[in-house]
Design a protein around this ligand. Structure first.
Ligand code: SF4
Length: 402
């Protein structure tokens, strides 16, 4: 029986090696579950729904490793197609970021090898059979980024068929004797697709009642997050004067050239995307800030819009904004809503009402009472669980288990 959990399997819990590490250490699902593991499992799933990634790894490799199968059980219990897809996508996206960091790092693997996944491990894990072309690089680390490889066409097609983009079509690839030429970045993209499929495999799981009972607290957390995350319905209008105060503050930071943390950047980009701004318009808005590279902005915007992910993401709820310190300059309306998009929708409705009155040119109120019907449909359920969500997300740091 193994005694310690390596950081590598904790960071990449979908590895075969990770599955074996779990199997070697526990006799049944119940052995996986603890408060710390449940917290981190909930966090994985909630972050996936809200942010398209699964968060930082827990300080305990064991908690981190166990949280993966537990998160799969949590997601399976919720059993919602959109949630399952978002979750799998987020696991793959997070793994992809870590992989890029690991395999493209100029740091010698020897010093921290236990935590990292090497390029050759990745190729082996998914049976890519990628062979480096001779003379394509002269050294390891950063120089290896430009290395060229070739892999059997059938292995290439197996995963490339799931990736959109002209460059993935076989006609646009160099091929010799049944082997397709790929770059290192291509192999990483193929790995992302392979990870997505591996994480998705078997989901939703068919779980016995005792397992469902064990994951119940995390399931409740996820259900609340899902209920608050899906608020991006059909706003297609940009009226900056009506933006919620938090978004005005973030936009002002962008324009003042300030650095924004990832969560702040995600929040403002998702908000602008949700209200109907195009990628080009967002890129243009960010142009004044040298810290916002066009490529990164396009990537993030496309991702939020669902072009490079299975679904469109909505900007974070007020509870999440509070957790990350992004809720700024609250006003009275903030007391009545629980999502920045809800705030914006209300303000637009008010603006429409005001404009409607002006158009009437002071004519007597018609008996129809036009304008406000349906505007507050979403508002009735606002607030009732706001504090609960806040509390739940506050526990999201997770990972302080043993
Ligand atoms: S309460 Fe919500 S809408 Fe208001 S500033 Fe905070 S995050 Fe923005």
């Amino acid at each position: 029986m193994s005694h310690t959990v390596s950081t590598k399997v904790a960071r990449y819990p979908w590895l075969q090696e990770a599955t074996e590490a779990v199997e070697n250490r526990v006799d049944g699902f119940g052995d996986l579950v603890s408060d710390a593991v449940l917290d981190r499992a909930a966090e994985r799933a909630i972050y996936a729904v809200e942010r398209g990634e699964v968060g930082e790894i827990a300080s305990s490799p064991r908690v981190e490793l166990y949280s993966y199968p537990v998160a799969r059980a949590v997601v399976s219990t919720v059993d919602d197609h959109a949630v399952t897809r978002r979750y799998a996508w987020a696991e793959a996206a997070t793994a992809f970021d870590r992989l890029k960091e690991d395999v493209n790092s100029s740091t010698s693997f020897g010093s921290v090898g236990e935590a990292r996944l090497e390029f050759s491990d990745l190729v082996r894990e998914f049976g890519f059979q990628a062979r480096e072309l001779s003379g394509s690089q002269t050294g390891g680390g950063a120089e290896a980024v430009s290395a060229a490889y070739e892999m059997p066409v059938e292995r290439y097609l197996e995963y490339a068929s799931g990736i959109t983009g002209e460059e993935w079509k076989l006609v646009n690839r160099e091929m010799t004797e049944g082997r397709v030429k790929v770059g290192r970045a291509d192999v990483l993209e193929l790995a992302r697709e392979a990870i997505l499929r591996r994480v998705s495999e078997g989901l939703p799981l068919d779980l016995p009642p005792e397992v469902v009972e064990q994951v119940e607290p995390a399931v409740d957390d996820l259900r609340d997050a899902v209920a608050h995350a899906d608020l991006s319905s059909e706003i297609d209008r940009v009226e900056e004067s009506e933006f919620p105060p938090c978004m005005k503050a973030l936009l002002s930071d962008v324009r003042n050239g300030e650095h924004l943390d990832h969560h702040s950047r995600f929040a403002i980009t998702a908000f602008l995307t949700n209200i109907g701004m195009s990628t080009d318009e967002i890129v243009e808005t960010y142009e004044v800030n040298p810290g916002f590279g066009e490529e990164m902005t396009r990537y993030q915007t496309d991702h939020i819009q669902g072009k490079t992910s299975p679904t469109e993401y909505s900007c974070p709820s007020c509870a999440t904004m509070v957790t990350y310190g992004d809720c700024r300059n609250r006003d009275e309306l903030c007391d009545e809503i629980n999502h920045p998009l809800q705030y914006y929708r209300r303000r637009l409705d008010e603006l429409d009402d005001e404009e409607g009155e002006e158009d009437d040119g002071g004519a007597e109120d018609g008996e129809g009472g036009s304008g406000d019907g349906g505007a507050d449909e979403d508002d009735d359920d606002a607030g009732e669980t706001d504090d609960e969500v806040e509390d739940e997300l506050d526990t999201g740091g997770g990972g302080d288990g043993d």
